[in-house]
Write a protein that binds this ligand. Structure first.
Ligand SMILES: Cc1cc2nc3c(=O)[nH]c(=O)nc-3n(C[C@H](O)[C@H](O)[C@H](O)COP(=O)(O)OP(=O)(O)OC[C@H]3O[C@@H](n4cnc5c(N)ncnc54)[C@H](O)[C@@H]3O)c2cc1C
Length: 495
């Protein structure tokens, strides 16, 4: 079929994780049925399809790490494991009949907008083209695993595993294992591997602030109450939301609450680690909140097991047999586990995106990304982004932010239909003013207080985080103000 023969859908969505599926669900509930989701993998689930490493779990309570419009009374733990979260996503897809919208094994390689027709075209690695009036980029903020730039990485002859691509057939029993990275995934993996490996060495570049994680099995009576009385679950969810909002005052800004959280984290470390030298190695030298705050109650105890050792010498290189650290020692391993996170697109785009007059977003964003309310970019009409620039949550559930963005997209798409116009294009000056204010607010946050983190570009520009409460973010997304947009009409106007 030639490009012009392919049907024009109402909405095309890239990615079938929480964001893509949630958008399709809410669009359908609002009468927008003609939706196509392009997913590069063979199944739905995104983060929770890929991150199945031992110990993988959410670090926001499950009641809040789920959609408010599709709550799950069945959570078995306060912080659900990755398999339960995956089950929840699969339940969403079955319950709302979403799988039929997904084209699996389709990796999007580009998006381009045709000015005359007002149509977006997605191309895929597999050779398809899909056209639609609106496009939603829901390809995930953390979906491309990254490996560190260590000399000799390719020389290692043993087994290598990335946390986001676990090999469940590999038997760690009796093996010497090195874990590189002590961030969010590392602190979950280490306690599990410490139970299995013969020898475990954990390579830490920078210690993170760690708060205790109060994980417990949910009693059966609570599940029964939530099933019968959804309002009770909503009330608990609201309580958890407010609790996380109050913590924002200590994570985002340098307030007395920040000091109190640091005191709590230090007390947690003192309580779990008696050895002074180890405590010193595990104490961060930057303000709490500047990098992602972690939640764990079993990482510190795992590090003190007889078979486990923390190594803080910088890694100099990787050899055929293991890891050579700065003081010249070679640590030999059967397996190296990379808990080294993801490539975060805070500059450029994950694939080329062409807007009005052939302009290219990756070029415009090469020094750092910026958008209007994180979701639209001037010159790219009817393009919506989930987890676009400055929508990152530092203290509350990603799902709260995703929900606000989904509702904004629903407003955008239904507005096009109700006004009978071709496209909505955010005004350039509105976007510029929005970003000036945002960067001014970011300058006062802990993220911009001097530490090096994946929130910032090499130049120190913060294109990742939202500098405020989740409720403020939700409020800004509640209304789509038509005065902020140019309304494009023409022959391609939707019916
Ligand atoms: C290990 C881990 C734990 C986390 N825990 C928490 C937590 O506790 N609390 C919290 O708030 N957040 C957490 N997060 C953040 C998490 O990413 C979000 O909460 C959420 O899952 C994002 O959903 P998403 O649909 O936007 O992205 P994803 O789940 O990443 O889904 C994106 C989808 O797009 C697909 N895709 C990507 N590129 C293309 C392409 N070019 N073409 C077609 N398809 C493509 C991917 O295959 C994937 O299926 C965690 C992240 C990780 C990695």
């Amino acid at each position: 079929m030639s490009n012009t023969d392919t049907p024009i859908h109402q909405v095309l969505i890239v990615g079938a994780g929480f964001s893509g599926l949630g958008t399709a669900l809410r669009l359908q509930q609002n009468g927008v049925d003609d939706v196509v989701i392009l997913e590069r993998a063979a199944d739905i689930g995104g983060t929770w399809r890929d991150n199945t490493y031992p110990g993988a779990a959410c670090d926001i309570p499950s009641n809040l790490y789920s959609f408010s419009f599709a709550q799950n009374p069945r959570w078995t733990r306060s912080y659900a494991g990755s398999d339960e979260i995956r089950d929840y996503i699969h339940w969403l897809a079955e319950e709302y009949d979403l799988r039929r919208l997904v084209r699996f094994n389709r990796s999007v390689t580009g998006l381009s907008y045709d000015d005359a027709s007002g149509v977006w075209t997605a191309t895929t690695e597999e050779g398809d083209t899909v056209r639609a009036r609106s496009a939603v980029m829901a390809q995930g903020p953390l979906s491309n695993p990254s490996f560190p730039n260590i000399p000799g990485l390719e020389r290692f002859q043993g087994k290598t595993i990335h946390s986001a691509d676990w090999d469940h057939d590999y038997d760690f029993e009796g093996k010497a294992v090195g874990v590189i990275g002590t961030g969010a995934s590392g602190v979950q993996i280490v306690p599990e591997l410490a139970k299995q490996a013969k020898k475990l060495r954990v390579f830490q570049r920078t210690p993170c602030w760690i708060l205790p994680r109060l994980d417990f099995r949910k009693p059966d009576w609570q599940k029964a109450v939530f099933r019968k009385l959804p309002a009770a679950q909503s009330a608990v969810r609201n309580g958890l939301f407010l609790a996380h909002e109050s913590i924002a005052t200590g994570i985002i800004w340098d307030t007395p609450v920040n000091g109190a959280l640091e005191t709590l984290a230090k007390a947690h470390l003192r309580h779990q680690v008696k050895d002074k030298w180890l405590r010193r190695q595990l104490t961060p030298d930057f303000k709490l909140g500047c990098k992602r705050v972690l939640m764990s109650s079993d990482f510190y105890p795992a590090l003190q097991k007889d078979n486990t050792e923390l190594i803080t010498w910088p890694i100099a290189s990787i050899s055929e047999n293991g890891v050579r650290t700065g003081e010249g020692i070679e640590h030999q391993f059967d397996c190296l586990v990379f808990a080294t996170g993801f490539s975060v697109p805070n500059s450029g785009t994950p694939f080329p995106v062409y807007g009005l007059n052939g302009r290219e977003l990756g070029q415009e964003w090469r020094r750092g990304a910026q958008a209007y309310k994180s979701i639209n970019v001037s010159g790219y009409p009817n393009l919506f982004m989930i987890f676009g620039p400055n929508s990152g949550p530092g203290h509350n559930s990603a799902l709260v932010y995703i929900e606000s963005q989904i509702e904004y997209i629903v407003k955008g798409v239904t507005t096009l239909r109700s006004l009978g116009i071709k496209a909505l294009d955010v005004k350039d000056d509105v976007q510029a003013t929005h970003n000036r204010r945002l960067q001014k607010r970011l300058a006062k946050t802990n993220w911009n207080s001097g530490c090096k983190s994946w929130y910032l570009t090499e130049d120190g520009y913060n294109a990742t985080m939202y500098p405020g409460f989740a409720s403020q973010y939700a409020r800004q997304m509640k209304h789509l103000e038509l005065r902020d947009y140019r309304l494009l009409s023409g022959s391609g106007a939707p019916q």
